[in-house]
Design a binder for this molecule. Structure first.
Ligand code: TYD
Ligand code: MG
Length: 449
């Protein structure tokens, strides 16, 4: 009793409706999120209730529950790859991404294609006409029922009554819970909405796909704060001007993260990228000096890409270097190594580097291809079109080992390369491809014809 009597002085009495920060007294502005007039008083005594003795919960045998869960195929090979074979009934998947990247389009297509049919699409952002227009663009959406609603109670009640295989909520930022203060899209509202929808999914066994925006300034209102509440988090990325879209698995309670799905957006909606890991390679073209192909890994997924370099004697004292799709500082380092360790004189040359196909390459295993593309352009020598180059380049000019070499060589073989230059000898390369190991960058440069 004495303890309870002491508590009120030390416990927070006001909470910010925007970010949830707690304060002992009322203030005009929240110091945490800088929102004005957002502090609300906690209901009297809500934090002071003494603990009640609990009732024992039901325990389960893990061995009995070990059966692999059923999966609902999404109708996309690339989406299923990221999900790990499909959506698990009763699970909640969060699909995040920048505005306009194609989240609503992909969500509607998944709803239309979901294995077993019958899905419910709850739209809080667009009118029925707008969704119908999109449905017409993507072709058939016959099995999809539409609910245009932002009220959380109505959405939950409709999901429970209709009991679809999949319910899409587009977007969590528009859903409003009347029992919670704050405007729709505020962290408190979004958290409350996701918590209710997760509970609904678990209780009813309906799979739920939530669409969420990532805003430039705010991880606060974005799906980031929700990542721990849901089962699977996917991010759709891509350049709005290009047609390529990357679907990245950030969290997955039913599969591996680090998977990458390759999709393409055209006038008829989203589609699996036809060539998969070869999508960034423009077929076997006659190789020009300054081109080198490599297999990078984005997460777990190997991708064949072409690195292109152009070097020209600089007309000015200070040579220009630009890199697109590759880190500029890394390019400077590789140029220094080329000059000092491999005796390729690039110091007085402008260097322009490009990762073809608009992809961004952050993988150190692309170093060797970048260095050989530059050396090829500078020396006017080529690398065979059917040759891929894999390896990290160290400051001493040594070619260093890279992760997932087996997977990379396998992808190179699948992409039609017949020779792979690697940091270490492959004991058993896949059929149709031979490996040649190089120890130094100088040795690799001498392979240019
Ligand atoms: P949308 O799915 O509305 O994006 P988000 O929900 O992530 O904000 O789609 C945005 C863009 O996609 C829009 O500018 C038009 C384009 N689009 C296509 O290119 N093809 C299509 O079939 C559809 C439906 C949209
Ligand atoms: Mg949308």
């Amino acid at each position: 009793m004495a303890v309870a009597a002491l508590r009120p002085a030390t416990r927070a009495r006001f909470t910010c409706a925007e970010c949830g920060a707690a304060y002992p007294k009322w203030e005009g502005r929240c110091q945490a999120c800088e929102a004005w007039n957002s502090l609300v008083e906690d209901p009297a005594g809500s934090r002071l209730t003494p603990a009640q003795p609990g009732v024992a919960g039901t325990v389960h045998s893990l061995a009995k529950a070990a059966a692999a869960p059923e999966r609902l195929g999404s109708g996309f090979v690339e989406v299923d790859r990221v999900l790990g074979a499909g959506i698990v009934p009763g699970s909640v998947v969060l699909l995040g991404g920048d505005p306009g990247v194609g989240k609503s389009t992909l969500a509607l297509q998944i709803a239309a294609r979901i294995a077993g049919g019958a899905s419910l699409y709850c739209s809080g952002e667009e009118s029925a006409e707008q969704v119908a227009l999109r449905a017409r663009r993507i072709g058939s959406a016959a099995g999809v029922e539409l609910l245009v609603e932002t009220d959380l109670d109505t959405i939950v009640a409709t999901v429970e009554a209709a009991h679809p295989r999949l319910a899409v909520v587009d977007s969590v930022q528009t859903v409003y819970d009347a029992a919670v203060s704050g405007v729709a899209g505020s962290p408190a509202q979004v958290r409350a909405a996701v918590a209710r929808l997760v509970a609904t999914a678990k209780r009813s066994g309906v799979a739920v796909l939530l669409v969420g925006h990532v805003t430039k300034e705010g991880a606060i209102a974005g799906p980031r704060t929700l990542e721990h509440m849901v089962d699977v988090v996917l991010y759709l990325e891509g350049d709005r001007l290009g047609d390529q879209r990357l679907l990245r698995g950030v969290k997955n309670r039913f599969g591996s993260t680090g998977e990458l799905g390759l999709l393409a957006m055209d006038a008829g909606g989203m589609a699996d990228m036809a060539a998969g890991g070869r999508a960034f390679l423009d077929g076997p073209v006659a190789t020009l000096p300054g081109s080198a192909r490599t297999v990078t890994c984005d997460g777990l997924r190997p991708l064949a890409v072409e690195m292109q370099a152009l070097t020209m004697r600089s007309p000015y004292g200070l040579p220009r270097r630009t890199a697109s799709g590759f880190e500029l500082n890394r390019l400077h380092v590789l140029l220094a190594v080329l000059e000092k360790r491999a005796r390729v004189a690039v110091g007085d040359h402008d260097v322009f580097l490009n990762a073809a196909g608009g992809i961004r390459v952050d993988d150190p295993a692309a170093d060797l291809a970048v260095a050989l593309a530059i050396a090829g352009s500078r020396l006017d020598r080529t690398l065979s079109a059917s040759c891929a180059v894999i390896g990290e380049v160290g400051l001493g000019g040594e070619v260093r080992r890279v992760g997932r070499l087996d997977a990379r060589v396998a992808e190179a073989a699948a992409a039609g390369f017949d020779l792979v230059i690697t940091p270490e000898q492959q004991a058993r390369p896949p059929a149709g491809v031979s490996c040649r190991s190089v120890a130094t960058l100088g040795e690799a440069v001498r392979l240019l014809a």
